[in-house]
Design a protein around this ligand. Sequence first.
Ligand code: SAM
Length: 238
Amino acid sequence: MRKLVLVPTPIGHLADVTLRALEVLKEAEVVACEDTRRTAKLLRHYGIATPLVRVDQHTLDRAERLLEEHAYVAYASDAGTPGISDPGAELVARALARGFRVEVLPGPTAFVPALVASGLPTARFVFEGFLPTGRARRPRLEALRREARTVVLYEAPHRLERTLSDLLAIYGPDHPVALARELSKKHEEIWRGRLEEALARFRKPRGEFVIVLGPRELPEDRPDAAALAAELAAEGLG
Ligand code: SAM
């Protein structure tokens, strides 16, 4: 059966790749990847000569063609686990719709080390990826007002300041936050503090960031049984 294997790749440190990932990159007939230069560097480092074909969010059809033409295709995104805030998920959906076997290797991703290093509760969390930048942004931020779990966000450096200031408006200046910058790279930093301090500290920041926000204390955290029952009923859960 023809198969697509999604291969997680390092988010910074070239040694953060599993033995199985290297095996798949070596054995696949072709490696589809978001950025051929970036993936070529990884393959060169490990002496792997499998041909690379660029497949990004604009060229997903090319990946479908590769799957038709080859029995064994590996896919690597820019960094981390394909499918987490990158074109991998769309590719999986297309491959499944065509009856392909899809395997996903466990491996590096940015949000897990950021969440765990944040020092904030990890028992219940929600991954929001990148906040939308257009009209969907306001409702998404509004939804966070009701979020009682730890929240994990990705953000590009040139939008970090704006996002921290929007979050401050939702959560207030004293809300606990952690910023994981340049994970597994030379200038890795885990900053922990309050939202107001974060905004002052990360003006015109550089590098890659994960934002982790502590859980909000909502009324249902201190249950007033009647109020909670009413709320659950309103949501059709009572
Ligand atoms: N697929 C990736 C994963 O599994 O984490 C995420 C890809 S997404 C396009 C890129 C975002 O991930 C960055 O904007 C940043 O928020 C986060 N990220 C990736 N590498 C990182 C690193 N080394 N340190 C901190 N954040 C990182």
